[in-house]
Design a protein around this ligand. Structure first.
Ligand code: B12
Length: 351
């Protein structure tokens, strides 16, 4: 099953990955943990199992859900199997603590706990003591933990840009507590471009990159090595504040007006109405994040992805066009928000 040196050979890894995907698709926790056990017994490094098998399969699960080949329930069950498989790796591998202590948390409102858990295991395997605080950690609890335990670093995970304002608050609070922050997760943008703007001391694209970075360049000699970014990046303004405060009203009004603007909505059942209300919420949240960071692409990436997801479910781009229009109609006095909405509308597929 393995090549000399204990790595999965490319030829076999496809077969193993296919087998594991089948187990995950079946919700077969026992089968998945047995497979992981066998790989470890065969000498496959735990890191390869975590990254190339469990992580890569999670990404594949995401693709299958987005393409409407898998239901939400199936995706949830698959993620639960991934969590069990990861726990099995952790239970079967021990590494003495040879480095410092790291507090690892997902930003408030961030429910993607598995990528952070993967990072926690990779760091443990490299000799760090990791306090894994889990998904959606409110900033004040994180800071209490820092005061109680005095870690060498905070690792902060943000997988969706809508949580960036909370990430900013957490990073600022960690800086005030004198603890350096390494940020990660795709929420920080391509190449982590928003991490530094929000004051993080470092960013890494993957768990393995974080392990290398922390081994080579950590801790920073003193906090002044990492001054706060200069004030040119404009973080939040009255448009952002208005949008966040009026979010419930924006969504309620858009839903009231929907049947007139989009007649098929007259016949929506409760589940469709709930899903549409959620989608209006996502429009407001991604727009708010784009305003907060001052970055149009946060919003247009979201509308492009949503177009694909809706089309995979037989919902035409017109529905999204109308949803964006219903929010836009309520924001005509806010020039940045309307220009962001206009850019997104212009990027939608032609009628
Ligand atoms: C499973 C999943 C969920 C589960 C999460 C369950 C769990 N326990 O984790 C649930 C159902 C909760 C969920 C919900 C949502 N999800 Co989701 N989800 C996924 C999915 C399919 C897999 C995530 C995963 O585990 N990936 C596997 C790991 C390996 O990914 P990875 O990014 O490579 O991980 C590495 C790095 O991120 C890095 N890293 C991560 N954190 C950190 C931290 C530090 C400090 C460092 C250094 C590195 C680091 O290290 C990791 C290990 O190498 C992804 C699709 C995908 N391709 O990832 C979507 C995805 C992340 N979800 C997405 C979305 C939009 C949502 C929802 C908004 C959906 C909705 N309409 O409600 C909600 C938001 C919930 C919330 N507020 O958090 C989008 C995000 C798009 C974006 N960036 O804007 C994705 C990318 C799907 C897509 N194709 O668009 N989701």
């Amino acid at each position: 099953m393995t090549a000399p040196g204990g790595t999965i050979t490319p030829a076999v890894s496809g077969a193993i990955a296919g087998h594991y995907l089948g187990l995950v698709a079946d919700g077969d926790e026992l089968g998945a943990t047995e497979l992981v056990d066998d790989l470890l017994k065969d000498g496959v490094p735990a890191q390869r199992v975590i990254v190339d098998l469990i992580g890569a399969t999670q990404a594949r699960v995401g693709d299958l859900w987005a393409a409407n080949q898998w239901s939400v329930a199936r995706e949830h069950a698959a993620t639960a199997v991934g969590e069990r498989a990861l726990a099995a790796v952790a239970a079967r591998t021990t590494t003495p603590t040879a480095r410092g202590r790291i507090a690892l948390a997902c930003v408030d409102g961030e429910w993607h706990g598995l990528p952070a858990r993967m990072l926690a295991e990779l760091l443990r395997l490299d000799g760090w003591r990791v306090d894994f605080l889990g998904a959606s950690v409110p900033g004040r609890h994180l800071i209490t933990h820092l005061h109680q335990t005095g870690p060498d670093a905070v690792a902060l995970s943000c997988m969706i840009p809508t949580r960036l304002p909370r990430a900013h608050a957490a990073i600022t609070a960690c800086r005030s507590a004198g603890v350096p922050v390494i940020a990660g997760g795709r929420g920080f943008g391509p190449g982590g471009r928003w991490a530094e703007r929000l004051g993080a001391h470092a960013w890494a694209a993957s768990g393995e990159e974080a392990v290398t970075l922390l081994a080579d360049r950590w801790p920073p000699r003193n906090m002044t090595d990492f001054p706060l970014p200069d004030g040119e990046a404009f973080i939040g303004d009255e448009e952002y504040t208005h949008l966040v405060r009026s979010r419930p009203q924006l969504i309620a009004t858009a839903m009231d007006r929907l049947p007139v603007a989009y007649p098929p909505a007259h016949d929506y059942d409760d589940a469709q109405l709930e899903a549409t209300t959620d989608d209006m919420g996502h429009i407001a949240d991604f727009l708010a994040a784009a305003l907060y960071i001052g970055e149009q692409t946060i919003f247009t990436d979201f509308t492009e992805w949503t177009t694909y997801v809706l089309q995979s479910r037989g919902v035409p781009p017109t529905a999204l066009r109308i949803g964006l229009g219903l929010i836009r109609d309520q924001l005509v006095d806010f020039p940045t928000a309307t220009s962001m909405l206009d850019a997104a509308l212009a990027g939608l597929p032609a009628r």
